[in-house]
Every structure is written in C-alpha cells, then in structure tokens.
Design a protein around this ligand. Structure first.
Ligand SMILES: [Fe+2]
Length: 277
C-alpha cells in the first residue's frame, strides 16, 4: 500500500482525514481503536460466524464468496470506545456535518475460496426521470458534491494479499456521479489501484462513491471485517431497503446513553415513536 496512514492520535487528525477524503475518497488511519477492544470485537464476530448465526441472518447479496450480516450494538459493540469513538465522531462531523447518524454496522466475512469481487461503488445517487417508457438521465454535474455516506472499515484480523484485502481506486469518487457512470476500464486506466493491507488496528474510511472491490481469500481462515457506515441524517442506504432493522440497539441501552450518543441511533427502531401501535 503506497498511501500514507494518518495517526489517529496526531493533532488535526480529523482535518487530515477530511483532506484525504476530498482528494482520494479514501483515508487510512492507524490507532483509532485499542487493540484489546478489537480482539473482543473479533472474538464476538467469529463466535457468531462459527455457530452459523450470522450466516442465517446474513443479507441476501452475492458478493463472490463473502457474506454480510448486520451486527447488533450489544456486548463489546456497546463499548463507547467503539460506537461513539471520539476520533471517529470528529472525523465524521468533518465529513458529514453535525447531524450525521449511524447508517448500519455490518460484518463482511470473506470465506476461504472467496474470489475477486466486481468493481463497484456502494450506492450512487441518481436523479433520472421517466416519461412513459423513456428514462432520461439528469445531465447536471454532481462531481463536487460533498460525501453523503462514509464507510469506516475496521479489519478484525491482519489483512494481507492472501486473505482478502479490499482494493480501492483513490480519486475515483469524483467520477461516480457523472451523468454517465464510468466503465470499469476507465476506472482502472484513470486511477491507481490500492490494496488495504496492514496489521489489525489500521482502519480506512471510504466515500460511498469510491470504486472498490474485495480481493480473493486464498487462506483457510475466514476473514472478518466490520463495515461501520455513517450517513447524513436524510440519506437512506438503498442496499438495506429490504432489511429491518438495519441499526439494532435495545431501547433500555439507548435510554442510558448521553443525548449526544443517542442521536447516532436515529435509524434504529428503538429511537422511533410508534404512532399506530
Ligand atoms: Fe462494496
């Protein structure tokens, strides 16, 4: 990996992350989470993976030998140093404004034998119109739009070229919302390919518009990562329209949180006011 990692402890880390995200749609950050906490998160995910629970509750998505599942905020995931990590929240405010919320928390388990995923972005926004059978693309330029959704990828094991690093094309986020989306070939020609390899403790932020794909897992071990998505409060991830709930926390846990943390969970059923039941 040729990108320089930002140290989470360095002064001005949030500004550095924002600068990298503007330029590359990608920021690599070291030291966001304590290692013992990452170990607890990993153990919890692997236990649920090994019992088959995650697979049963997995999302219906064909991702080339990987599966994804929503993770509830409970156990070690309710540790403030994870769900309300001050460095993460500072960076997300710098990227998404003050009213951002948690869009989802998923794990993606790359199973032994997982193969290279297709190049994609996680969700475009489009303003097409339809008159009769004809679809018309909106021709406006959205390339300077600020981010509306950002994923914080938290690897739970060391990532290498063998066990399924994520490949990203820094800078490609500026092309994703063009009236005609770029071809795979144009992305490969126009931007460098970077593989997110490194020891546990190294995380990366990426814009929903940055082209990426999962690389093969040649090892005999499953490779768990967390995809912790934050969005502007008005954005809804179309990948999760068939999933309920996409943010899971118990009401009694939510009640105990300080107000500033509670608002992160505005998409969880526990935050909603039932009006017909
Ligand atoms: Fe993706």
């Amino acid at each position: 990996m040729s990108l320089r990692a930002v140290s989470a402890a360095a002064p001005g880390a949030a500004a550095k992350i924002r600068a990298a995200m503007r330029r590359d749609g990608l920021a690599v950050v070291d030291g966001l989470f304590p290692k013992p906490l990452l170990k607890k998160l990993r153990d919890s995910v692997l236990k649920r993976h090994e019992s088959g629970e995650l697979r049963r509750r997995g999302l219906v998505r064909d991702i080339a030998g990987r599966y994804a599942a929503v993770i509830p905020f409970e156990g070690p995931f309710l540790d403030k140093r994870f769900y309300a990590n001050s460095k993460v929240l500072k960076a997300m405010a710098a990227l998404l404004g003050p009213d951002f919320c948690i869009g989802s928390l998923e794990t993606v388990i790359s199973l032994p034998g997982a193969y290279r995923q297709h190049l994609h972005i996680d969700s475009p926004i489009r303003f097409d119109t339809a008159i009769g059978k004809g679809k018309r693309r909106w021709r406006g330029d959205l390339t300077d739009l600020p981010p509306y959704a950002v994923t914080l990828c938290v690897p739970l094991v060391d990532l290498s070229e063998e066990n399924g690093a994520t490949a990203l094309w820094p800078g490609s986020h500026k092309t994703a919302l063009r009236p005609t989306p770029p071809s795979d070939a144009a992305i490969r020609r126009g931007f460098p390919e970077e593989h997110m390899v490194g020891p546990v403790g190294r995380c990366f932020f990426f814009d929903f518009r940055t082209f990426h794909c999962g690389m093969p897992n040649y090892t005999r071990e499953p490779r768990p990562i967390l995809m912790f998505v934050f969005t502007r409060s008005w954005y809804r991830d179309p990948n999760l329209t068939d999933v309920y709930p996409s943010v899971v926390v118990e009401k009694r846990r939510l009640k105990k949180m300080p107000e500033a943390h509670r608002k992160l969970f505005l998409l969880s059923p526990a935050s909603r006011r039932p009006v017909w039941s």
